[in-house]
Design a protein around this ligand. Structure first.
Ligand code: ASP
Length: 409
């Protein structure tokens, strides 16, 4: 059943692409609106089902993960390793993005004025670092019920971490709770398995929507930029992350891909690391044999904090906009972009186009025009697919590396 679903997902994605192209280019109006309606319906059911199960998955996997981890007497080590590798993988992604922008120089010969049409009606509220920081903090400490009902993932994570520590701190006293939580997590993961069975259809539907909704005009003007971004995001996903994984664990890229593809395809289709959490958790535990206490901790936290694709994109896009604006960034400003790209990738929630919102902060930090975001918005739906896939792959790679270190000792 495991492999069947795996192949079905690939077939689903491929069929989605074919049907999408057919609908956009060849179908009669009646047929195309019927297809689009059905795709919309299926995609909606799939994404809603993932969102339905998301909060319980996060709550139980993190609290149970932390409660079980503390028994290892390794929990501090796991925290440190997790954050160290989040940092390393994102730093590599940013460096790759910035170097490729220097090398390929997309935007060379273009100017912002070429895009006057797009930028004229664009309004954005400014997001500075202090405002961002304040928003970030206030979204962490909120009533758990409010956080859960609003799908505020950061809020849920905070409450889950605290619950996990409370159980771990008095594990004798709360032994019953721990056993019940473990069982509840088992039940939730059963539901996840059912949703995953439906995922080939869901992914096909999402891809049909993606193909039919894109308008190609800006694509042509920005094709070089898009090619560099997609190329480098793929390079990070196909070469850098697998090398990092191989270096620390000796796990090869084929094993990684076989185990991770369900999650990577779901991330690609949904453009949401958070919505993908249930699938990612199941993939690393069932296909890649990561222990549930490590997976339950690294994956949900990674989905909101560790975003290699987003970090790469934010830094590269800032350099691209500097190019368009005719601004030559000094080395100090480039360093600021490096740091801000990391902060904004960490701060971006794992939902579609979240990176575009936090990117305002990166641009502002070095005085680049935020209006330029308007140029990037129309192409974001497509770019988001690739960066979300790599974001999720990064979480999977870090969970495997952390597990290797923990089990070696
Ligand atoms: N969509 C991305 C994610 O969920 C975040 C982003 O917009 O970069 O991982």
């Amino acid at each position: 059943m495991k492999h069947t679903t795996n192949y079905h997902i690939l077939i689903g994605a491929f069929l989605g692409l074919l049907i999408g192209i057919y609908t956009k280019s060849f179908a009669t109006e009646i047929v195309s609106s019927a297809i689009i309606y059905t795709a919309d319906l299926l995609a909606d059911i799939f994404v809603s089902a993932l969102k339905m199960i998301l909060v319980p998955v996060i709550f139980f996997s993190i609290s149970v993960g932390i409660a079980n981890l503390s028994e290892h007497k390794q929990s501090l080590r796991i925290w440190l390793l997790t954050f160290l590798f989040f940092f390393i993988s994102m730093a590599l992604a940013i460096i790759l993005g910035m170097m490729s922008m220097r090398f390929f120089e997309p935007g060379h010969g273009m100017t912002l004025t070429m895009f006057a049409e797009q930028t004229k009606d664009f309004h954005t509220s400014s997001l500075t670092l202090p405002i961002f920081f304040k928003q970030f903090l206030s979204s962490i400490f909120v009533s758990p019920l409010k956080a859960m009902s609003e799908n505020n993932i950061l809020g849920v994570i905070t409450f889950s971490i605290l619950t996990g520590f409370a159980i771990a701190g008095s594990s004798k006293e709360f032994l019953r709770v721990k056993i019940i939580f473990n069982d509840l997590l088992g039940i939730i993961m059963k539901i996840v398995a059912w949703i995953i069975r439906f995922s080939p259809a869901g992914i096909a539907a999402l891809i049909i929507k993606l193909v039919t909704q894109q308008s190609p005009d800006l694509f042509v003007t920005l094709s070089k930029f898009m090619t560099v971004i997609i190329g480098m995001t793929l390079f990070h996903g196909i070469v850098i992350l697998p090398l990092l994984l191989y270096f620390f664990t000796k796990i090869d890229v084929i094993t990684l891909w076989r185990g991770a593809r369900e999650a990577i395809m779901t991330a690609f289709a949904t453009s949401s690391s958070s919505a993908t959490i249930p699938v990612t958790l199941r993939s690393v535990e069932k296909n890649l044999n990561v222990k549930s206490d490590i997976a339950g901790f690294v994956i949900p936290i990674g989905a909101t904090m560790n975003m290699d694709g987003t970090a790469l994109y934010e830094a590269s896009a800032a350099l691209f906009i500097a190019n368009l604006s005719g601004i030559d960034l000094q080395i100090g400003q480039q360093l600021i972009i490096f740091c801000m790209a990391m902060v904004s990738a960490i701060g971006a929630p794992g939902i579609p186009s979240a990176g575009m919102v936090t990117m305002a902060m990166v641009l502002q930090s070095v005085g680049l025009p935020i209006e330029a975001l308007a140029i990037l918005l129309p192409i974001d739906r497509l770019l988001d697919t690739f960066r979300t896939a790599v974001n999720v792959e990064g979480d999977i790679v870090v969970s495997l590396i952390v597990q290797k270190f923990v089990h070696k000792s």
